[in-house]
Design a protein around this ligand. Structure first.
Ligand code: MG
Length: 169
């Protein structure tokens, strides 16, 4: 049985993961409008990953006899000043999510909830990758100054990203 405190905190985390899906989908539509279909694809795949994160928490709560309660999602940002700004915001968002997962882990430790601790380890490792992937693209954008042929090459590179579920649910 999941302690109530942890159930509530995970329900909040599910909202954050679903909001992440919403935010990245909003970024995808920005790139669709800009005619950068590779960047659009990168964020469509990113949004799919976020849904996977939400569902991983969803199944964990159900499995432990808790109840998932879905809450309202905030409006995602829809306008961006530049491509670089999109990735800066994405990196900042992933750092916020990492912090949120650390807080969940702190709570699991405090409550001596070993099953939750073990479950959260996957997310802690995943967040290292999430932050690194946003940072890597940000670095490339700076190198090419966010324009020209370099931008088109990056667009082609990002078009190749395919969604693959990290592990079976
Ligand atoms: Mg996530």
């Amino acid at each position: 049985m999941l302690p109530k405190k942890i159930e509530d905190a995970i329900n909040l985390q599910i909202n954050k993961e679903l909001f992440s899906e919403y935010l990245y989908l909003s970024m995808a539509t920005y790139f669709a409008a800009e005619g950068l279909s590779g960047f659009e694809n990168f964020f469509v795949v990113q949004a799919q990953e976020e849904r996977f994160h939400a569902m991983k928490f969803y199944h964990f709560v159900n499995e432990r006899g808790g109840r998932v309660l879905l809450k309202k999602l905030s409006d995602p940002k829809t306008d961006f000043a530049s491509i670089e700004e999109v990735f800066q915001l994405s990196l900042a968002h992933e750092r916020f999510i990492s912090k949120s997962i650390y807080e969940l882990m702190d709570l699991a430790i405090e409550e001596k909830e070993h099953a939750t601790k073990s479950f959260l380890n996957w997310f802690i490792d995943e967040q290292v990758e999430e932050e690194a992937s946003m940072q890597a693209i940000l670095d490339k954008l700076k190198l090419i100054d966010g324009k020209g042929q370099g931008l088109l090459m990056l667009n082609t590179e990002l078009a190749a990203r395919v969604y693959t579920p990290p592990v079976a649910l």
